[in-house]
Design a protein around this ligand. Structure first.
Ligand code: TYD
Length: 218
């Protein structure tokens, strides 16, 4: 992964499906807009993106596009990430987030390469995954919302009719283990990853998030 050299702050929210990232992202967005005078402007984004590769991925996630090999999924997620970062802006006025960061805009992304490393390493070689993600810039901060698998399943079942690609118990249990190993490994390698207990109340999780986000602007 590429070391950062940008002016804006790049913040990523990660977690198992159902870990509460969507709820916390909504709260964080409102708060970052309120704090704009202090922290500067923030662009809100997500992976899979709404770009061409992201749209293809969403078809596969909802199982409308059948039987894609996990190596193909890994390449699609990596391609979508590079499009997210480096899209030229010539087409449909889309501009990559790398350029935004270089101009001094902050970026908040719902998921990034930690998702690829955790989800796709279940069936794809981790070193190869790191290779295909080597042009992805490192975030300034990754917030990992940690919840037990049972909680993830409970929340997903409450909110969904169809089970998406990675949302069964066996897969989520294995992904949770991968997240644990990878967050430890990347932290040791110097990445700023903060784990927050996603089982706390919505307000308590948000207080912790605000505190870690504030710390990277001070
Ligand atoms: P997300 O949009 O968070 O799902 P939802 O809105 O349904 O909660 O993410 C989509 C799914 O894609 C999620 O199961 C995680 C998975 N994913 C990967 O497997 N690899 C990746 O690189 C990314 C970004 C997501």
């Amino acid at each position: 992964m590429k070391n950062l050299s940008h002016k804006g702050k790049f913040i990523v929210l990660e977690g198992l499906d159902g870990s509460g990232t969507s709820t916390q992202l909504d709260l964080l967005k409102t708060w970052l807009i309120e704090k704009e005078h202090e922290f500067g402007k923030t662009y809100f984004s997500q992976e899979p993106t709404n770009g061409p590769v992201g749209s293809l991925i969403r078809l596969a996630l909802s199982k409308r596009l059948k039987a894609l090999d996990e190596r193909v999924m890994a390449l699609l997620f990596a391609a979508d990430r590079l499009d997210h970062l480096y899209c030229s802006g010539d087409f449909e006025q889309r501009e990559g987030i790398n350029m935004m960061l270089e101009k001094g805009l902050n970026v908040l992304s719902d998921r990034y390469y930690l998702s690829s490393l955790a989800y796709q390493s279940l069936s794809v070689d981790l070193e190869w995954l790191k290779q295909i993600n080597k042009y992805a810039v490192k975030p300034d901060l990754t917030i990992f919302l940690h919840i037990p698998v049972e909680k993830s399943l409970e929340r997903r079942h409450g909110s969904r009719i169809h089970e998406e690609l990675y949302e069964n118990e066996k897969t989520l249990t294995a992904i949770a283990q991968k997240y644990e190993i990878l967050t430890a490994e990347l932290k040791t390698a110097g990445e700023n990853i903060v784990t927050i207990n996603g089982c706390l109340s919505k307000a308590a999780v948000f207080e912790e998030i605000k505190s870690v986000v504030s710390s990277i602007f001070s």
